[in-house]
Design a protein around this ligand. Structure first.
Ligand code: NAD
Length: 480
């Protein structure tokens, strides 16, 4: 059992404004921990700790910063099994996926650790004689990091690691439903030797502590991942305060299947993209657009592949998918599930365990109109809506028929059609013969349209976000 409390300046906060017992979404009779909510006044303490820690941290050499990030990678690796178990028990992600996610956190720390000894700027020829001109990255200061529950280990690390290597201190507010995992990770960070105040964990409610962090704290930047509704508010607040920000939000990701696609492999990729983690990925496939002539062939292949979709308690190694994360998620996804059954034709539906948990059967439906909320809204659950298109042109137009623009895939071996899709699809991640979900830490990640504030995370893109550019010029000809 984990008791999650805020950790500010290296110390656990004693003051709380309420607590919540956390039950395992795979087994609602089993308590896995307690969340102790901090008052919004704790934000001020975190801010003071971060401001003073940042000054010392920024003064360290790149090699010293690099060393700490390698220590963090090693510590996460040592405690990988405990962190994965905490995430799986808290928000129901299948243990195999959760282990993979923790390994991703290790890779992220290592990737950004190496940046400590890589170039941090450019020299730019000056128009004047004997002038050395260069531009270099400098830290922003204190960065607020607000994270969602669906990747409780990887998303915080893909923000914290680049923030640290760029010389910033962090105030981290995880989602309520990921508080136990966040606390576990903070324990590991401490063990790795993170200086007091460099990373401060705020356990609290979004509308209290999160909002206070946004509106009142003297943070120099905000990195937010979560719903479009909260992300929009966060962007507005940061713009009004002239704070640098990035918001990564929802998706309604399409996958197009063209007539020459390998149906068996395609069906496997579609189900994996849509149903793993119970569809609770911002990049999950939720709309499938198939060329009319091969619709029946694809449906047969999907039915075959559905046999592998084993919904099981999250700790079972062979679980293809687990429960949804929480009561709120269960109610929200159940609403869309019922709508799908009422307004669509069910093509396939997987079984769920009888255990008392938040299990929702993965579902594939057709005959849903493109004006329907199932086509337009992010369901964040295991539901595929299948529609057909007469040709690639119509398929791309249907895939772009959304306010979101996070990820999109096409399945084809036709080089020309694949490139046409890559050119014409309005999404931050466009993929050929790969599921919509899944990203690589060394590549830029983020969405277009309403999915993002148009910045990018991960890879080299994160280094630009977590720093300012200072242009320096030295006239060494002054005394010549
Ligand atoms: P959410 O918006 O409810 O919460 C996200 C975070 O914001 C949490 O830490 C929460 O406590 C905090 N928060 C809530 N209200 C706040 C307020 N008024 N002020 C400040 N902070 C506040 O989202 P969620 O349910 O945790 O996550 C699911 C959403 O995240 C989905 O829409 C999903 O698509 C999106 N997501 C996007 C990406 C991406 O990279 N684009 C990745 C993962 C998840």
């Amino acid at each position: 059992m984990i008791t999650a409390v805020s950790i500010i300046n290296g110390k656990e906060m004693q003051e709380t404004v309420g607590e919540k017992q956390v039950w395992n979404p795979s087994d609602l009779t089993s308590q896995v921990g307690t969340i102790m909510y901090s008052p919004k006044e704790s934000v001020r303490k975190a801010e003071q700790a971060a401001v003073s820690a940042q000054i010392e941290w920024a003064a360290k050499t790149g090699a010293q910063k690099s060393q700490l990030l390698y220590q963090l990678a090693d510590a996460i690796s040592t405690h990988a099994a405990e962190i994965a178990a905490a995430g799986s028990d808290e928000m129901g992600k299948p243990i195999t996926e959760m282990k993979g996610e923790v390994q991703r956190a290790v890779q992220l720390f290592k990737y950004y650790a190496a940046e400590g000894v890589r170039p941090d700027g450019d020299t730019i020829p000056s128009s004047a004689p004997h002038v050395l001109q260069y531009a270099k990255r400098v830290p922003l200061g204190v960065v607020g990091v607000i994270t969602p529950w669906n990747f409780p280990a990887a998303i915080p690390v893909w923000k914290i690691a680049p923030a640290l290597i760029c010389g910033n201190a962090v105030i981290w507010k995880p989602a309520e439903n990921a508080s136990l995992t966040a606390y576990k990770m903070m324990e590991v960070f401490k063990e790795a030797g993170v200086p007091d105040g460099l990373i401060n964990l705020l356990i609290g409610r979004g509308r209290e502590v999160g909002q206070h962090l946004l509106e009142e704290a003297s943070i120099d930047a905000l990195s937010f991942t979560g719903s479009t509704e909260v992300g929009r508010k966060a962007a507005k607040t940061c713009a009004a305060r002239n704070i640098k920000y990035q918001t990564e939000m929802g998706g309604k990701n399409p996958a197009i299947v063209l007539k020459d696609a390998d149906m068996k492999k395609t069906a496997a990729a579609l189900l994996s993209g849509a149903f793993r983690s119970a569809g609770q990925k911002c990049t999950a496939t939720s709309r499938v657009i198939v060329e009319e002539g091969v619709k029946e062939k694809l449906k047969e292949a999907l039915l075959q592949e559905m046999q592998h979709v084993q919904v099981k308690p999250a700790r079972e190694e062979e679980a293809y998918s687990g429960p949804v994360a929480s009561k709120e998620q269960f109610e929200k996804v159940t609403h869309y599930h019922a709508l799908a059954k009422k307004d669509g034709n069910v093509i396939a539906e997987a079984d769920i365990p009888s255990q008392h948990g938040y299990f929702i059967s993965p579902l594939i439906v057709e005959a849903i109109d493109t004006s329907h909320e199932l086509w337009r809204e992010e369901t964040f659950g295991p539901i595929i809506v299948l529609v057909s298109a007469s040709d690639t042109h119509e398929a791309i137009s249907l895939s772009n028929d959304t306010v979101f623009g996070l990820s999109a895939s096409v399945f084809t071996n036709n080089l020309s059609e694949a490139h046409r899709f890559l050119e014409e699809t309005n999404a931050g991640m466009v993929r050929v013969n790969q599921e919509t979900a899944g990203v690589e830490y060394q590549a830029p990640f983020g969405g277009m349209k309403e999915s993002s504030s148009h910045t990018r995370e991960q890879g080299q893109a994160a280094l630009s976000f977590y720093s300012e550019t200072k242009t320096c010029a030295v006239n060494y000809g002054w005394q010549l």
